[in-house]
Write a protein that binds this ligand. Structure first.
Ligand SMILES: *Cc1c(COP(=O)(O)O)cnc(C)c1O
Length: 398
């Protein structure tokens, strides 16, 4: 019997669960884009976005997804022929490097594989070896959504400083912003990219590039920057339309205003703590399942696990069968494995991910875990016992 009535729960790592208040804020007639409320509201978004990113720097907003944020950031500081270092810890790191290559950059890919965080010593060594300082930027994914590895961006900054290297530190926080703690200024990121559809709880459509004065100076020395991607007028427009280089994403801005109000009312540290607690409960459940049977957490060391997404290995075709089961029988959609095996490879069906970003409560997290457990049993996939106990204990301990 299928038990999938009620509200469907999309538990994938983006787009995330959106608050009804965000959707309701977007449900309105088109506003005037030349005068009035929309203009003031847009101005209010920029300082609040910077509060979430923990920066005194600036932010440019683009109509686009995460890939647009990648390209926008690169277009402002990386010219054809420039060199970038990409210490990848999963598909997303590799993807950002590919975007740089597409813009004519020379990419030094330092591939850490699928299960290990960035090796800061190796990065420091590579930067020291670049005695002519040809590397212009280090492209670092904070949480790689494919592997769910969380990298230590503050440690990366220390490694860059130890090497005495002037490259920009560019961080991808598309998955992590407003889920995992991130301190742009305190950790020394010069550029940070994010999207609205993950921790920020807005439907896909807005991309953000945050940048500090150092990055602005690099931008100023660029031979040219495409008008559309140039962050300068977007962050400091003389006329309103320059914020978006054209028509504003009107309804998304209303959604974003509401989402930021919710996040800042809760308090960004409280938002981080909530996601950390959910992650502890989810990881406790997964470790218990993994104690017996084929399940395995992709990231062995809890210190490098994200609070936003958890990548799991189930082997054979079990992950696809489990995802199908929870979707059709429980109304819970789990994330596919991404970048762990090629789509044509049968091994692809052995990986899946849990998204736990955005507008979540304990009932949803426990419901997701309970649905997975029911699916494992229905499919006769062996598992350790007591996962839900472990999760509820983690939540009760707070
Ligand atoms: C989701 C994501 C992206 C890509 O975002 P799209 O909106 O799919 O283009 C890039 N980097 C990370 C870390 C992500 O989580």
């Amino acid at each position: 019997m299928s038990l999938d009535r009620g509200r469907h729960y999309l538990a994938i790592p983006g787009p995330s669960v959106m608050p009804d208040a965000v959707l309701q804020a977007m449900h309105r007639p088109a506003p005037n884009i030349y005068a009035g409320e929309l203009i003031d509201m847009t101005h209010s978004l920029l300082p609040d976005l910077c509060r979430v990113a923990r920066t005194e720097g600036q932010v440019a907003i683009y109509i686009g997804n995460g890939h647009a944020a990648w390209e926008a950031a690169l277009a402002n500081v990386v010219a054809p022929g420039d060199r970038v270092l990409v210490p990848a810890t999963g598909r997303f790191g590799i993807g950002w490097g590919e975007m740089a290559e597409g813009l004519g950059a020379t990419v030094d890919l330092m591939d850490h594989g699928k299960r290990t965080p960035m090796d800061m010593e190796k990065i420091e060594e590579a930067l020291r070896a670049d005695t002519e300082h040809r590397i212009k930027a280090v492209l670092a994914v904070h949480v790689d959504t494919a592997t769910s590895i969380r990298n230590d961006i503050a440690a990366l900054r220390r490694a860059m400083d130890a090497a005495g290297h002037p490259a920009l530190l560019m961080a991808d926080c598309i998955a992590s912003l407003a889920c995992d703690p991130f301190e742009m200024d305190a950790w020394g990121a010069d550029v940070m990219v994010a999207g609205c559809q993950k921790g920020l709880m807005v439907p896909p459509g807005l991309a953000f590039v945050f940048f500090n004065d150092r990055a602005a100076r690099v931008r100023a020395d660029m031979p040219r920057v495409s008008r559309y991607w140039d962050w300068t007028p977007r962050a400091n427009p003389e006329i309103y339309y320059q914020h978006f280089c054209g028509t504003a994403p009107t309804h998304h801005l209303y959604g974003l205003r509401t989402a930021l109000d919710m996040l800042l009312d809760e308090g960004i540290e409280a938002v981080w703590d909530r996601h950390a607690l959910f992650a502890r409960a989810i990881h406790a459940a997964c470790e218990t399942w993994a104690a017996d049977g084929p399940m395995e957490l992709n990231v062995a060391d809890p210190a490098f696990r994200s609070n936003a997404v958890t990548a799991l290995r189930l082997g054979e075709d079990r992950a696809t069968r489990l995802r199908n089961w929870t979707e059709t029988n429980a109304g819970v959609t789990l994330g596919i494995g991404l970048g762990m095996a090629e789509p044509g490879d049968p091994a692809w069906h052995g990986f899946f991910r849990l998204g736990h970003m955005g507008h979540l409560n304990a009932g949803m997290v426990l419901g997701m875990l309970g649905s997975i457990e029911a699916g494992l049993d229905a499919l006769d996939i062996p598992r350790g016992r007591g996962a839900l106990d472990a999760a509820t204990r983690a939540l009760a301990e707070g």
